[in-house]
Structures are given as structure tokens and as C-alpha cells.
Design a binder for this molecule. Structure first.
Ligand SMILES: *Cc1c(COP(=O)(O)O)cnc(C)c1O
Length: 413
């Protein structure tokens, strides 16, 4: 590469990733194959439309790539093409959710999702997001115990009668009861959208329950636990009873919402990289990876609790956990900054019923997908819990210990 300024910055970022411990639960390390697909000449092509129905010439191979990607997506999640439509063109998770609302709701209709400060995502109806500007939004929360309160959720749904009920979160460490939420949504004639952006890889690996038996629509990002490039996949249940009742050709409406509703040409290099990641996720080694992600999270949570840290809901069922630092009288921002100085990368996060402001909340969020990709196991999780304790409670820098771990577990795949 000839652009010296960018070469230097990429080199520096590569070094940063190699020399720090990434505990951000939404991040991961992709394979060289995924990187190669992303950096390929596929980025040169315009291919507005869908395979076999493009607006530009020259899409012979692009069609094959997109079809292969769709086939692999269906196969990975055990979906029959007779029951599930699949769209791999959404640029990322947020545009995927936008496409679902655009396809299934009229402006001003009602979305019901989990509140952001309680673990939900911006696009599930948070007030600063389009999802609360173009639609009416009502938000459910978790109870004082940190678990979703399904009784309260049902009561809210019956009172407010939203057109769509959304599950999914960025900071919820427990299993979501998809069956229960589907029953609530369908009881009031609403669609059930399961946004599994965070858990997609765990679901593919079989270590987290699947929403496929219950949901009308499923969205997921491809770059979190699924370990692919940035991107998203939308699955649409062609046999949705709610869609049938509304006489909505649901898969067609979702495709139309993505293009031409919200986007122009798809990112074909990204589609190819998603196809590569889906192939990797179909290998037996990925099942092992998923299991280890969950085992590592359980182990890290247990150790942190042993050091006296308060975990929201008391622990984790998935790949992430939230530490509530109220007891330690440390703010989330202060913890994030001090850990970063030692090379431990986490993000500050609100905890349920947080008394502090969103920009400097009471918690930090930790996850194990990236560390597990480096080959770390329970033993290293114990060590990392100890390092976190040393930084936050003993107020000592652990840069050297972090460097040693990073040298032993390289961050290249
Ligand atoms: C990450 C995430 C998204 C959004 O993905 P982007 O690619 O950042 O737009 C949507 N929903 C949930 C639950 C997420 O975790």
C-alpha cells in the first residue's frame, strides 16, 4: 500500500489490537479469509437489486456469491427455504432493523422494545433514535433482579397494543425466553422481531436457545459472536400467522424495504466476507469456539464475584456480564479509563436502575468472544479477573502482565 499515512495508522491499530485484551462483548477477531474477501475487487461492483434481477450488467459472479451467502445462512440456522426468506444486503444491524420496521409498520405505529439503559439497543425504540421518531415507542425494562420481567412485559403489551414486539439487547447477560415473548406478541396480533445481534454465534454453535421456532422476523449482525465482517442478515418467516392475517407477503416486503426502500447497491465484498464467515461457523471447530466463549464468560463472572464485584443478575448465561461498581464507589468511566491504561479494553455501561448519568454510568460491560478467539480458556479468565481486581481495587497498573498474556495468545487468525 502506497498511502503512508494510512499504512502507519493501520499498523498502529494492528499493534494496539495485538497488545491489549479486548473484553468488549460486541467485538471479535475475524479470520484472514474474511479480511481477504473484504479487501477484494468485489468492492468495485454495483449490483442494485437481487440475484437474477439486477439493474446493472456484469453481475454473473456477484449473483453466485449472494446466492451462496443466502444458502449458507439458511443452512447454518437449520432453515428450510420453504419457510424462511433471507436477506444479506443490509449494511449493518441498525439498517437491518430499520428495514424490518419500514417493511412491516406504517409511520406512527407502535414499537415495543427493551429500554437502552436497561440493556436494550438504540434501534428498539430509544428516544434519540429514528425508531422513536418515526414510530411510537414504548419500552420494557428488567426487574430489580436484573431479569426481564415477563409479567410486566405482557401487561404493557396488552395495554399498549404495539404492532411489533422486539427482543434483543446489548447488555443483557441472561437467556431471553423467546417462546414467552412470541406468545405475548401473537396474543395481541403483533409481530415478534428477535434481534439476535449479540448471540447469533452462540445460537449457531448451539449454546444459546434459538428464536427460530417462534419469531416472525429475525435480525442479526454478522460481526459480533458470529465472527464475520461488519454486516447483517434478516430472516423472515414466510409462514408467519400475523403476516397471513395482515395479508402481507412478508419476505417480499423485507426485500423491498432493504432495496429500494432504504439502500442502493449492496456491499458485495461484505456479502462475500459474510459467506466466508458462515462457512467457518458451520465447521465443528466453531461449535467448540461457541462452547468455550460461554464457559469463559461463566468462569470470568464467577471469579469476579469471588473478588467481591457485584454482577447484574448475579452472573451470566451467555458471552457477557455487567459489573455494577456502585459498592466500590468507582464510576464506569473511571474504571474504563484505568483498565485501558493497563491494556484491558472494556466499555462503561449503565446498569439497571442506574443512579448516575449515561455518559458516566455505574457499570462496565465485559465479554469473552474476542479473548476466546485468541485461544484463551478458563485459566486465563481467572488471571484476567485477578488483573481487573488489581487495577480497580488495589490501584496498580498491570501492563506487564497484560503484555505477557498478549504475547502468549496472539491476536491473528
Ligand atoms: C450491535 C447491535 C445492533 C446494531 O448493529 P450495528 O451494526 O452497530 O448497526 C442492533 N441490535 C443489537 C441488539 C445489537 O447488539
Amino acid at each position: 500500500m502506497k498511502d503512508g499515512a494510512i499504512v502507519k495508522l493501520i499498523r498502529e491499530e494492528t499493534k494496539r489490537q495485538a497488545e491489549t485484551l479486548d473484553l468488549i462483548p460486541s467485538e471479535n477477531t475475524v479470520s484472514q479469509d474474511v479480511l481477504k474477501a473484504l479487501g477484494s475487487v468485489l468492492t468495485n461492483k454495483y449490483s442494485e437489486g437481487y440475484p437474477g434481477k439486477r439493474y446493472y450488467a456484469g453481475n454473473e459472479y456477484i449473483d453466485k456469491i449472494e446466492n451462496l451467502c443466502r444458502t449458507r445462512a439458511l443452512k447454518l440456522f437449520h432453515c428450510s427455504p420453504k419457510q424462511w426468506g433471507v436477506n444479506v444486503q443490509a449494511y449493518s444491524g441498525s439498517p437491518a432493523n430499520m428495514a424490518v420496521y419500514y417493511a412491516l409498520l406504517q409511520p406512527g405505529e407502535k414499537i415495543m422494545g427493551m429500554s437502552l439503559p436497561f440493556g436494550g439497543h438504540l434501534t428498539h425504540g430509544w428516544k434519540a433514535n429514528f425508531s422513536a421518531r418515526f414510530y411510537k415507542s414504548i419500552q420494557y425494562t428488567v426487574g430489580r433482579d436484573g431479569y426481564i420481567d415477563y409479567t410486566a412485559l405482557r401487561k404493557m403489551a396488552k395495554k399498549e397494543r404495539p404492532q411489533i414486539v422486539v427482543t434483543g439487547a446489548t447488555a443483557y447477560p441472561r437467556v431471553i425466553d423467546f417462546k414467552k415473548v412470541a406468545a405475548i406478541a401473537h396474543e395481541i396480533g403483533a409481530y415478534f422481531l428477535a434481534d439476535i445481534s449479540h448471540e447469533a454465534g452462540l445460537i449457531a454453535a448451539g449454546v444459546y436457545p434459538s428464536p427460530f421456532p417462534y419469531a416472525d422476523v429475525i435480525t442479526m449482525t454478522t460481526h459480533k459472536t458470529l465472527r464475520g465482517p461488519r454486516g447483517a442478515i434478516i430472516f423472515t418467516n414466510i409462514k408467519s400467522k400475523i403476516a397471513k392475517r395482515k395479508k402481507c407477503d412478508i419476505a417480499k416486503e423485507i426485500d423491498r424495504a432493504v432495496f429500494p426502500g432504504l439502500q442502493g447497491g449492496p456491499h458485495d465484498h461484505q456479502t462475500a466476507a459474510i459467506a466466508v464467515a458462515l462457512h467457518e461457523a458451520a465447521q465443528p471447530s466453531f461449535k467448540k469456539y461457541g462452547r468455550q466463549v460461554a464457559k469463559n464468560a461463566a468462569s470470568l463472572a464467577k471469579e469476579l464475584a469471588r473478588y467481591g464485584f457485584n454482577l447484574v443478575s448475579g452472573g451470566t448465561d451467555n458471552h457477557l456480564m455487567l459489573i455494577d461498581l456502585t459498592k466500590q464507589k468507582i464510576s464506569g468511566r473511571n474504571a474504563q479509563d484505568r483498565l485501558e491504561k493497563s491494556g484491558i479494553i472494556v466499555n462503561r455501561n449503565a446498569v439497571p436502575y442506574d443512579q448516575r448519568k449515561p455518559f458516566d454510568p455505574s457499570g462496565i460491560r465485559l465479554g469473552t468472544p474476542a479473548l476466546t478467539s485468541r485461544g484463551m480458556k478458563e485459566k486465563e479468565m481467572k488471571e484476567i479477573a485477578k488483573l481487573i481486581h488489581t487495577v480497580l481495587i488495589k490501584n496498580k497498573n498491570v501492563k506487564n502482565e497484560v503484555a505477557k498474556l498478549c504475547r502468549k495468545y496472539k491476536n491473528d487468525r
